[in-house]
Design a protein around this ligand. Sequence first.
Ligand code: SF4
Length: 243
Amino acid sequence: MSAIDLNARASSTFAQKLAETQALLQQAARDYAPSNAGDEPRVTLACSLGAEDMVLAHLINTLQLNIGIFVLETGQLHAETLVLLERLQASSRTKVSVFKPVAQATIDFVAREGKDAMYKSIPLRKACCQIRKMEPLSRALAGKDAWITGLRREQSGARAEVPLIDTSEPRVKLNPLANWTWGDVWFYVAENQVDYNPLHDQFYPSIGCAPCTRAISLGEDFRAGRWWWENETAKECGLHVKS
Ligand code: SF4
């Protein structure tokens, strides 16, 4: 059974939510238009290549919005995710920028701590995320006044309060899918034939780096397959943790 068959169920307010999402993206493109002609927009989508972010990339492209898209290619992504990245780059009207970790930093870390360091302790796992995600993220967001994420309140307890517009940090974070359900996401994917990661069809709802992502079983939480050896409160890579 595909992820579409399993999940595509629009909530009763889906049309209203979609209209709000489109309006928020259009407003962002206006508010954070390039300062000078020829410059890049001052707003960008952090695209993990998961279903939510593929929906947002699809909306940005179909609405022809001047909003950048970037992907953090950590060097640990599944083969399926890398192939999806190639397809997105080939099909996207908006440029898809790829940010990778500093090669020497990953080599040094693996030499010092081992390739399975993330399983040894939370500090080592976070150190790996720092090198492979956080440092590239800081480069991806340099010069941007706002960024867009696919965070949804339903994803985890830690995300239950996610606002549509988060102004608590100097760089504004927009979460246009904050109130979408998982069913809404897949309804949009099905209706619009959005490309998606085939791992979603293998019970991977949330997809990150290969060593830190597993399939979930029926009844398990949405993010149970991420850093499954850690407790719930520690399970963020730092991208969405308040400074
Ligand atoms: S998710 Fe895992 S492999 Fe990826 S950067 Fe974090 S610790 Fe490293």
